[in-house]
Design a protein around this ligand. Structure first.
Ligand SMILES: [Zn+2]
Length: 424
């Protein structure tokens, strides 16, 4: 497939590009970028006037559920949801069944994604075998098989000795250790943030300190080991402050935030809507403001979706019993656009995350793999279960009107999402 994307405003923060430019896609590559280019013979023309062209987005944190829970999501359906939201690079968390703690599972995920030929899927390997928190997995084997990071996400590495070793070996293999920061003893039994709202609602809470004590401990261990450390889904003001301080001291620390933690507070849980139940829980207004400030000043490197599909019967039950997690690949862009200046929003969805895990993505110089998105920043649309590409529909934003959407998503030179009807 060849494309001539014409007359859009190309924003590529990594390249320092923000200009009206044409893009030619040929043979799966960005063949040319320039002004007023001629249309190559046979190329499909996309009229991007009034729209934004950008490198397609990079998600550091998604649960694709394959292998083992294909009823919730698959690499194929998760990839479709990604493309629908403008993402073409997705890092897949290892809490599948069985967990990705060895070469065989890493290869399975990579092979499946490769067969599909669209969205790039980068597996994240488990820090500990079986995500059990007791014995390190074989980092060398996982690195060799192609993981881009290590995490026990869904669970915290509670044992400080194991965490120290993980950081030491992570450093040896130049892999970031991604922590789901939650002291399980402190958070035990909690279904939402602990505070005035949980008291009023009569729902057991998890204190913000459950996250913060782990981040504090880990930063001390990072100082000890010099290893790359990434805070998954930061949710509290003090976490942002600690990461800001660690960065100022030159520690190799990075951090992500989810769209839902930027715009929703624990008051959303007061109506017992289980689509507002997730790890970590929605926090307070003070926390969302600190997260937005951290995103704006660069303390937070990336917006990551924590896309966590769950079946209806895991969610259509009492709040206390419902599964933790929400989907997010298709709603991340409009939320980012609603909070940040356009260039910054794109940077936090492209080069910010790509740089964090050292991925070849998130920028589109001539000659690079043709992964790009055309965005209509003023398009208003309503989030519906029917249109959601994910197999699961557990979004807190169903029925909400969003502004800004991917209208053409190209991965490896193939149009995966085509709301502009560029394809014949
Ligand atoms: Zn997590």
């Amino acid at each position: 497939m060849q494309f001539h994307i014409r007359g859009g405003r190309l924003i590529d923060p990594r390249q320092g590009v923000d200009d009206e430019l044409d893009v030619i896609v040929q043979d799966g590559r960005i063949a040319r970028i320039g002004k007023g280019l001629a249309t190559p013979t046979g190329a499909l023309v996309c009229d991007a006037r009034g729209k934004i062209i950008a490198p397609s987005f990079v998600d550091l944190h998604a649960h694709l559920r394959e292998p083992g829970e294909e009823g919730k999501e698959t690499i194929e359906s998760g990839g479709a949801a990604a493309a629908s939201g403008g993402f073409t690079t997705v890092c897949a968390m290892p809490n599948t069944q069985p967990p990705n703690d060895c070469r065989a599972i890493t290869m399975l995920v990579k092979t499946r994604a490769h067969e599909l030929g669209g969205v790039h899927v980068h597996p994240i390997g488990a820090i500990t075998r079986g995500l059990a928190g007791e014995h390190l997995s074989d980092f060398g084997e996982l690195k060799d098989a192609g993981v881009v990071a290590l995490s026990d996400d869904g669970k915290c590495v509670m044992n400080a000795r194991i965490m120290r070793r993980a950081l030491e070996y992570g450093r040896t293999f130049d892999l970031p250790i991604v922590q789901h920061a939650e002291d399980h003893n402190l958070s035990h039994g909690g279904s939402m943030n602990e505070g005035a709202t949980s008291t009023r609602a009569g729902i057991p809470g998890q204190p913000a300190e459950a996250e913060e004590v782990i981040v504090a401990r880990d930063l001390i261990l990072v100082e000890m080991t010099g290893a790359r450390y990434h805070v998954a889904h930061a949710s509290t003001a003090r976490t942002v402050a600690m990461v800001r301080d660690a960065k100022a001291r030159g520690l190799p620390v990075t951090c992500e935030v989810t769209p839902h933690h930027l715009v929703l507070t624990d008051e959303a849980c007061a109506h017992y809507d289980t689509s507002t139940k997730m790890y970590p829980p929605l926090r307070t207004k003070n926390d969302t403001e600190a997260l937005r400030a951290g995103l704006a000043d660069g303390t937070i490197d990336a917006i990551a979706t924590d896309h966590a599909p769950h079946s209806a019967n895991a969610k259509n039950i009492e709040f206390d019993c419902a599964a933790f997690g929400v989907i997010g690949l298709e709603t991340a862009l409009p939320i980012a656009l609603s909070l940040l200046p356009l260039e910054r929003a794109i940077e936090r969805l492209t080069w910010g995350p790509a740089h964090t895990f050292k991925l070849h993505a998130g920028t589109m110089p001539e000659g690079s793999c043709a992964d790009l998105v055309v965005i209509d920043p003023s398009l208003e649309w309503v989030v519906t279960a029917e249109e959601t590409q994910s197999k699961s529909k557990n979004s807190p934003f169903l029925g909400k009107t969003m502004r800004g959407r991917a209208v053409l998503t190209i991965a490896q030179g193939v149009a995966l999402c085509d709301r502009m009807k560029v394809l014949p």
